[in-house]
Write a protein of this length. Structure first.
Length: 153
């Protein structure tokens, strides 16, 4: 049982790397046409084409859980649960906290969450396909977590 929990947690951590690579090389690469509307300011629709990436990540998760449980391949199911947990974290951090698609956590004083917001704003500063930075979601460069230095005159 402990090995299954560790497999789920390890999958969650590995998903950050997979997400980083997917964001940089797929979303800002050959599937830019699905991701482009996400970089446009003041998008007023309920859904974006970019939301199709939820389905892309949900498929291996749900299939791993289903077949892992059905065929008693519990490590496969644990991997599926790790992907699903990462998807939940992505939804809460990206869609709720950063983009405020749901008005649940409007104000936070948590330094980590503020750092994630800063990094994502830097990513969206560039509206185009190229020259973006900060492709991660949960692990971003430490410079975004530092408090600004107060200068006294």
């Amino acid at each position: 049982m402990i090995l299954l929990i560790l497999t789920t947690l390890a999958t969650f951590v590995v998903m950050e790397g997979i997400t980083w690579c997917t964001h940089k090389f797929v979303m800002h690469g050959f599937l830019w046409y699905l991701h482009e509307d996400h970089h446009q300011p003041k998008y007023n629709g309920v859904f974006e084409k970019n939301d199709l990436f939820f389905v892309i990540f949900a498929l291996p998760s749900s299939m791993s859980i289903y077949f892992g449980l059905k065929m008693q391949l519990y490590h496969l199911a644990a991997i599926g649960f790790g992907i699903a947990l990462y998807g939940l974290a992505y939804f809460l951090v990206h869609d709720v906290l950063i983009h405020q698609r749901f008005k649940w956590f409007k104000r936070t004083k948590n330094r980590y969450l503020i750092g994630l917001r800063k990094a994502h704003k830097i990513h969206h500063k560039n509206l185009g396909k190229h020259d973006s930075e900060c492709f991660g979601m949960l692990f971003v460069p430490f410079k975004y977590f530092k408090k600004p230095k107060v200068t006294r005159s």
